[in-house]
Design a protein around this ligand. Structure first.
Ligand SMILES: *[C@@H]1O[C@H](CO)[C@@H](O)[C@H](O)[C@H]1NC(C)=O
Ligand SMILES: *[C@@H]1O[C@H](CO)[C@@H](O)[C@H](O)[C@H]1NC(C)=O
Length: 418
């Protein structure tokens, strides 16, 4: 290989250094020793004895027994915990929100999402009603809900992403990343792979639409929207109307014991005429004057007022987890709030990426053991199901996020086009 030009080399190193140096980490939590001093467990639901305990653990299977996170440890419980960081605004900055989550319990109904909160929050009272700015992460319930939530709060209302983003459903660690850019575009990554991307303008209903169908437009009188017309060339075949609807049954025979004197004159029964095709209609042809389905032209929406700060959260200050879990075992780790997707990518690789194969091997081992024990426990009974196949649990507490918004008109328009 050719010798590297030393000035080129130092320039490259400088570039790398600057890239790393420019990354700003607003919050990073790897749940090492001392994490408890940074996180506040809320008193929410404690009165009702439905507040669940967090377990500080590396989990039942892991790629590194020394790498701990926090895990929900009691079934049918609410969980609320949060951590504060120096307040900042993401104006003119890229915002990266990332964490890893593992559902060791084979989650059948429950959330695995986190929140970013703004302003002043009483962390001891943090709960389901505490306003948040962004809610992001996987949510699973039964067979129908297996998706990544990305809820943005704008002007005091929570808006769900309109695109479907499927989440991971296995019992291994996965990294969820939400990136929000100053040009109002976003990306959603799972395990450092982009799963969805687009614009805040189109993928959430934050603002009224930029353009609308002109409400005053009318279909022109001469607009021909009949796709098919009767063929003017087609003529009724001669004698068409003379074909009778019914004919006498040619196979009918006068019964042997028929007595004309007693029974009256025998007449053969009638049957539908196979030649009869109903009243004549000319065949249909494509209308040469067909103009397509009429659609009102789009005009600028007078109610639309652009907000160049659509993506801005001016005082982000907390990261929180607020969940209801039917079955516990969801584990969070490596929480990051940064302005640098590159940094987030590296963090994911260093943590999840480095250990994922060992974790998978540990999981497979644990599964094997579990299966062996089960077959020992119930040697002759297939009917006695293990408790992993729970029936679908209701999750009423989670309905706040279940009010899925319908997809926009764009899809319908595409179909109309066809
Ligand atoms: C915490 O997690 C570990 C590892 O899975 C488990 O052995 C322990 O029983 C858990 N503790 C509680 C209180 O759930
Ligand atoms: C913000 O909310 C207020 C009150 O609900 C409403 O009047 C206003 O139109 C909203 N503005 C936008 C840009 O949605």
């Amino acid at each position: 290989m050719a010798k590297l030009n030393p000035s080129f080399l130092s320039l490259t190193l400088l570039t790398i250094f600057l890239t790393i140096a420019s990354a700003h980490v607003f919050f990073e939590e790897r749940f090492d020793d001392g994490w408890e001093s940074r996180w506040v467990t809320s008193d929410w639901k404690k009165d009702e004895n439905t507040a669940g305990e967090w377990n500080y653990t590396a989990g039942k299977w892991n790629g590194d027994p020394n790498d701990k996170g926090i895990q929900t440890s009691e079934d049918y419980r609410f969980y609320a915990i949060s951590a504060e960081f120096p307040e900042f605004s993401n104006k003119d900055k890229t915002l990266v929100f990332q964490f890893s989550v593992k559902h060791e319990q084979k989650l059948d109904c429950g959330g695995g999402y986190m929140k970013l909160l703004s302003g002043e929050v009483d962390q001891k009272k943090f709960g389901g009603d505490t306003p948040y700015s962004i809610m992001f992460g996987p949510d699973i319930c039964g067979y129908s809900t297996k998706k990544v939530h990305a809820i943005l709060t704008y002007n005091g209302t929570n808006k769900l992403i309109k695109k479907e983003v499927p989440c991971e459903t296995d019992q291994l660690t996965h990294v969820y990343t939400f990136i929000l850019r100053p040009d109002a575009t976003y990306s959603i990554l799972i395990d450092n792979v982009e799963k969805q991307s687009g614009s805040l303008y189109s993928d959430w209903d934050l603002l009224p639409p930029k353009t609308i169908k002109d409400p005053d437009a009318k279909k022109p009188e001469d607009w021909d929207d009949k796709e098919y017309i009767p063929d003017p060339e087609d003529k009724k075949p001669e004698g068409y109307d003379d074909i009778p609807k019914e004919i006498t049954d040619p196979d009918a025979k006068k019964p042997d014991d028929w007595d004309d004197e007693e029974d009256g004159e025998w007449t053969a029964p009638t049957i539908p005429n196979p030649e009869y095709k109903g009243p004549w209609k000319p065949k249909k042809i494509k209308n040469p004057n067909y103009k397509g389905k009429w659609k009102a032209p789009m005009i600028d929406n007078p109610d639309f007022k652009d907000d160049p700060d659509l993506y801005v959260y001016p005082n982000l200050k907390y990261v929180g987890i607020e969940l209801w879990q039917v079955k516990s075992g969801t584990m969070f780790d490596n929480v990051l709030v940064s302005d640098d997707p590159e940094y987030a990518n590296k963090l994911a690789e260093e943590t999840w990426g480095k250990h994922k194969d060992a974790e998978k091997a540990a999981f497979d081992e644990a599964e094997k053991k579990r299966e062996e024990e089960e077959s020992k426990d119930a040697p002759d009974s297939d009917a006695e199901d293990n408790d992993d196949d729970d029936t679908e649990d209701d999750d009423d507490a989670d309905t706040e996020t279940k009010s899925d918004s319908s997809s926009g008109d764009a899809d319908k328009d595409v179909h109309d086009e066809l």
